[in-house]
Design a protein around this ligand. Structure first.
Ligand SMILES: *Cc1c(COP(=O)(O)O)cnc(C)c1O
Length: 484
């Protein structure tokens, strides 16, 4: 199986090359041809442990990796990193089912892919005969940055530079990033929002792609590891007696860049009995409007919400979905050009009908998010973070059959919002609020978030979006980033 560009203007490449390059040279995203996707016999996978399951899925989607090679890599990548032996446990709370994806090193779901990506990147680079250092550029809405820094720190032959929106991440998220140690890591604030940071990174790729790669979900190596937990969740729901094997299971996914939910679509295409994929958004509801009307229109106010990791108006991976459903790269290229030039596009109705067969969408504002946290806490003593709460609301609004809600972050990453949802006034200090939340709820704080306040700040750079390219060129030329 080869990878091709969603925009059709670049040669087909191997899976290893797609991982090393991150973005296709024509500005499109690497994706498989829709008819090249294999079907897996999911019943034969039910008894496998997580690493063995992951190996099957990885080698099916990234054929440069044999199953045994993938399994060894997965075991190495996750060993000792997750605080739950199941890695991504499925928890029942009343009638609700939460897929907890936040038990990794940085307490958000992005760890699942970003523990593995450095291993995939290093091995892919060797398979391609790539010589020289790789510089990973990453734009983050808050959680990718820390997970990528942690994953890539001190990996030989790689440096990583993370851009985060200066005023667009929670204080805990910011503290996690600017205190990051490691001899190959850089962190820089951008005077703008996530879309500015992500657009800036894509421009750098267009201007000077040599030796660059990405840890964002524009990299296919980010998406494939996320397919695994849809299978794991399905099997766990069967074991818990919530569904019969073969029955359809819906997934409600708090969505920003459309990466996580696209992994769910790939699981469905591989043959897992997935019902509806519920796209859950906050007040930045560009995707809700799109899925309902077929019009994608980013010309709208950007809202800073209590679920900052989903404050996104340009949802990159939707491009992959449009290609996978249509197989029409000329159409995708023209829609993306229109988005860049005019800020909107309209998808033909026949394609939207296909899309709505698989996806539905709901959104909720900050008041709805807080009400959800309070309601679920009072009813079943389950503590949701703000993103998970958006997903829970969407699942409730949909209301159709057994549904798994993806729980994408620990509530301790957003203590101010969660405390206030519970009716407690937390004062001004986010770090004190983490302790207060623990005292109030008795839900243990993830060990890796403790002591954040005491860690020294190591990164203070801040640039305007227009200066990102010059900044990258300057940092790239520095012989070493090791700090004394
Ligand atoms: C990144 C993130 C999301 C959105 O995921 P996408 O793959 O960008 O759609 C949701 N919740 C949390 C906590 C996140 O960090």
């Amino acid at each position: 199986m080869q990878y091709i560009s969603t925009r059709g203007g670049a040669p087909a490449v191997s899976s290893a090359r797609a991982i090393v390059d991150g973005l296709a040279p024509d500005g499109g995203l690497y994706v498989m041809a829709p008819d090249a996707l294999p079907k897996l016999d999911w019943r034969a996978l039910m008894e496998l442990d997580y690493p063995a399951l992951a190996a099957r899925i990885l080698s099916a989607l990234l054929p440069d990796f044999s199953e045994s090679e993938a399994e060894a890599m997965v075991r190495r990548a996750y060993a000792g990193k997750f605080s739950d032996p199941a890695l991504t446990p499925l928890r029942a709370a009343g009638d609700d089912l939460f897929l907890e994806l936040f038990h990794g090193p940085t307490a958000a779901f992005k760890d699942v892919a970003l523990c593995l990506l450095p291993h995939l990147m290093t091995a892919s680079s060797a398979k391609c005969g790539h010589e020289g250092e790789i510089l990973i550029l990453t734009a983050t809405s808050g959680d990718t940055g820390k997970a990528a820094l942690e994953g890539f720190r001190d990996v030989d032959g790689i440096r990583i530079l993370v851009f985060f929106p200066r005023d667009g991440v929670s204080p805990v998220q910011k503290a996690q990033m600017v205190t990051q140690a490691g001899k190959n890591v850089g962190v820089c604030a951008v005077e703008g929002n996530f879309d500015d940071a992500q657009t800036g990174v894509k421009r750098i790729f267009a201007a000077a792609p040599e030796g660059l790669s990405s840890a964002n979900s524009i990299n296919i190596g980010r998406l494939v590891p996320q397919v695994v937990y849809y299978f794991a969740a399905y099997f766990a729901a069967v074991r818990m007696g919530r569904i019969r094997a073969g029955e359809e299971l819906n997934f409600s996914v708090p969505t920003g860049n459309f990466g996580d939910i696209l992994a769910g679509f790939l699981a469905l295409e591989l043959g897992l009995p997935v019902g509806k994929l519920i796209c859950a958004s906050n007040a930045n509801n560009v995707l809700t409007d799109f899925i309902r009307t077929g019009v994608y229109d980013r010309r709208r106010p950007f809202h800073k919400t209590l679920s900052p990791s989903m404050d996104i108006l340009i949802s990159s991976n939707l491009e992959r979905l449009l290609y996978l459903l249509s197989g029409d790269s000329a159409l995708v290229a023209s829609l993306m050009a229109q988005l860049a030039d005019e800020g909107h596009y309209t998808v033909p109705e026949a394609l939207m009908e296909k899309l709505r067969g698989r996806f539905t969408a709901f959104c909720c504002d900050d008041a709805g998010t807080k009400a959800a946290i309070k309601e679920v806490w009072e009813r079943s003593h389950y503590l949701m973070d703000t993103h998970t709460a958006v997903g829970w609301r969407a699942a409730r609004d949909f209301g159709g059959g057994p549904t798994v809600i993806l729980s994408t972050a620990s509530p301790y990453k957003f203590p101010a919002a969660v405390l206030s949802a519970l009716g407690a006034d937390g004062g001004a200090d986010e770090f004190a609020m983490m302790d207060e939340l623990e005292a109030l709820t008795g839900v243990p704080m993830p060990a890796n978030l403790r002591g954040l306040r005491e860690r020294p700040v190591l990164h203070r750079d801040c640039v305007a979006p227009a200066d990102m390219l010059a900044y990258v060129m300057r940092r790239k030329a520095e012989p070493s980033w090791a700090k004394e």
